[in-house]
Each structure stands twice: as structure tokens, then as C-alpha cells.
Design a protein around this ligand. Sequence first.
Ligand SMILES: [Zn+2]
Ligand SMILES: [Zn+2]
Length: 99
Amino acid sequence: MDPASLAVGAAILVLGYLFGRVGRSRRASRTGSPSYVCGCRHHLSLHDPTTGACKASDYSVAQDRYRPCSCQQYIGERPLDLSLIEQQAQRARQAEGDS
Ligand SMILES: [Zn+2]
Ligand SMILES: [Zn+2]
């Protein structure tokens, strides 16, 4: 085997490796991006920020009219409020100071 074909083979290997990496990172960023669509398939911007109620309406084929979406944007247990954690830490600090 002459050195030229070896170099071509190496170049193809490197190119394949690089393209594989690019494709993988592109796929990762696509799946890693946060979803802004609610479970009711409406965008989160259509939901009331305080009540979570969906303001969008869905077309009902059976009733032949638009009906307001009944979604309340319940996404399960919410992570602990940061202010609650801060209160807990403050209480713990006070308890330490008392003793
Ligand atoms: Zn929703
Ligand atoms: Zn909705």
C-alpha cells in the first residue's frame, strides 16, 4: 500500500469522525432544548402565569364550535419555592444562635 492511499484513508476516517460528532451534537441540542408547549399542545405563553389556566380554544368537531381549553397547566409537583428554602435556612441559623 502506497503512502498516498494511506493518507486518503486517514483523511476519510477523520472526516467521518468529525461529521459524526457534528451530527451527534446537533441531535443532542435538539433533544436538550426545553419544551415550551404545554401538555394540552398549546404554547405556554397562552397560559395565565398565576392560575396556569389555558386561554386558547380548541375546535370541537363533534360540537362544530370552538371550546375554551380546560387545561389548568398542572405539571405535577412543583419544585420547592426558593423563598421557602431561604426561610428554612434562616430558622436553622436562628436555632443555632439560640443554643
Ligand atoms: Zn395547557
Ligand atoms: Zn390549552
